[in-house]
Write a protein that binds this ligand. Structure first.
Ligand code: NAD
Ligand code: UPG
Length: 435
């Protein structure tokens, strides 16, 4: 099939390359010319494992091109909308201006029979509004909502082999399901579960899934707060409750909490939308989910204070990790970057590092002092903070790191180190939620 993907960020660039892998012919479109230049040269504009190889083979197939001109979407029959829906400035609500602009720009290039497919995460009600605009502006074209559940760091595998496919389709649309089935024929042949529903349900599936995941993380972080007050160990607690299949161990990793371009802004936009709908009480628990999450960052700053003896001002602090999670260079609402910046503002002499996110962090926070490696960051440090659990940080030798620092003090913000090993090497080991 001929497909256009409008918006080539973390979601769209991966989606475009994966659609080629699934046998389609694809044009990726973005208003950011620098991004398009990089992609057209076969270079991903961000770090995502597996994407360089996938992009190279997609480009070599001759079935993938990129353009900054929306007119190049003409001729495709399926048009994915994958533009950003960030948090609106000064409000919790989603900023829909990019989605609106993308759809408006696309409309003049649609032909009868074309299907526009929404992938961006939007407040419930958006699809119905856009469908109206499309059917008026481009008679014979229609809209489906097909939310995306990929995780950064696993984006390629999650796109090619999703856990499920959700199609939000207008009841009067007789062709959309068949078109989407053709797009995803390989996943469907592998028995991927498919849920066909209305627009509102499809939109809600996405935000409620993220609300559930955020709640699960904040639940365990609330337990971490209680563990801290009692000397209990939240990691053992998570293992124990996680053995109950009804609970499950995944997404029960206590620590610095959730960040990124999705969970934080999605729960806030969900609350804002619920308020508009007059059902804000139903989601009031998400305020607490958000508050628990943000408190972890404050607690981390407090622990940094504690390990250096009370005042971080003028103290050398090594920060290992800036990305919001490992295997990503994404620093949007990153708890690690947030803590590094707060400590800098408190007068600490912070030197931060990350295997992939140093550049993205510096773009947002040019004042941040950075180092290329953990060993460089740790030189003469009064304390080391591990804030993103990259594998290479998990494997650090406490003796090697210890030979570089001024004081052997480490705060494990992700509960990813073995306390016994570090203490045996003479380190003061502190963590979020375990003794
Ligand atoms: N990142 C993820 O893991 C992920 C997963 C599932 C869903 N989502 C959702 O997907 C959407 C995109 O997220 P992202 O992380 O890829 O964001 P992003 O900021 O990385 O990418 C968005 C892209 O859209 C482009 N854009 C903006 N306006 C445009 C227009 N009018 N025409 C063409 N391109 C335009 C931007 O230049 C940018 O490259 C969001 O709604 C997000 O919530 C993201
Ligand atoms: O047990 C856990 C699991 C995750 N996190 C943190 O939670 C955040 C989000 O992690 P994750 O969900 O793995 O990353 P994302 O790539 O943001 O993916 C989420 O957001 C996407 C965008 O909506 C969805 O598509 C995905 O399904 C959803 O998992 C990160 O800061 C993690 O460090 C924890 O603190 N503890």
């Amino acid at each position: 099939m001929k497909i256009s993907v409008v918006g080539c960020g973390y979601l769209g660039a991966v989606h475009a390359a994966c659609m080629v892998e699934l046998g389609h012919e694809v044009v990726g479109i973005d208003v950011d010319e620098r991004k398009i230049e990089l992609l057209a040269a076969g270079t991903p504009p961000f770090f995502e494992p597996g994407l360089p190889e996938l992009l190279a083979s997609a480009m070599a197939s001759g079935r993938l091109r990129f353009s900054s001109d929306i007119a190049d979407a003409r001729g495709a029959t399926v048009h994915f909308i994958a533009v950003g829906t960030p948090q609106r400035e000064g409000s919790n609500a989603a900023d829909l201006r990019y989605v609106d602009a993308a759809v408006d720009a696309l409309i003049p290039h649609l032909a009868a029979g074309d299907l526009v497919v929404g992938k961006s995460t939007v407040p419930v009600g958006t699809a119905a509004r856009l469908a109206e605009r499309i059917t008026t502006g481009a008679p014979g074209a229609s809209l489906a909502w097909n939310p995306e559940f990929l995780r950064e760091g696993f984006a390629v595998a999650d796109t090619i082999s999703p856990d499920r496919l959700v199609y939000g389709i207008d009841a009067s649309d007789t062709t959309a399901e068949g078109i989407l089935d053709s797009v995803y024929s390989r996943a469907l042949a592998a028995d991927t579960p498919k849920v066909v529903t209305d627009f509102a349900t499809a939109e809600l599936v996405k935000v409620s899934a993220n609300a559930f995941l955020a709640t699960k993380i904040s639940f365990i972080n609330a337990m971490a707060e209680v563990a801290e007050a009692t000397g209990a160990d939240v990691t053992a607690l998570a293992d124990a409750i996680g053995h109950d299949a009804r609970i499950g161990r995944r997404f029960l990793n206590a620590g610095l909490g959730f960040g990124g371009g999705c969970l934080p802004k999605d729960i806030r936009a969900f609350m804002a939308r619920a308020e508009e709908l007059g059902v804000d009480q139903a989601l009031s628990f998400l305020q607490e989910v958000d508050a628990i999450n943000m408190r972890r960052r404050e607690r981390m700053v407090d622990l940094a204070r504690e390990v250096v003896g009370g005042d971080v001002s003028g103290r050398r602090i090594a920060v290992l990790g800036l990305a919001f999670k490992p295997n990503s260079d994404d620093v949007r609402d990153s708890p690690a970057l947030d803590v590094a910046v707060r400590l800098t503002e408190l007068g600490a002499d912070v030197v931060a590092t990350d295997p992939q996110a140093v550049e993205t962090a510096r773009l947002r926070k040019p004042q941040l002092a950075v180092a290329g490696t953990a060993m460089e960051a740790a030189r003469d440090a009064d304390a080391v903070l591990l804030l993103t659990e990259w594998q290479e940080y998990r494997e650090i030798d406490p003796e090697e790191l210890g030979s570089l620092v001024r004081t052997r003090a480490i705060v494990d913000g992700r509960n990813c180190l073995d306390p016994a090993q570090w203490r045996a090497a003479g380190w003061t080991y502190r963590a979020l939620g375990r003794p």
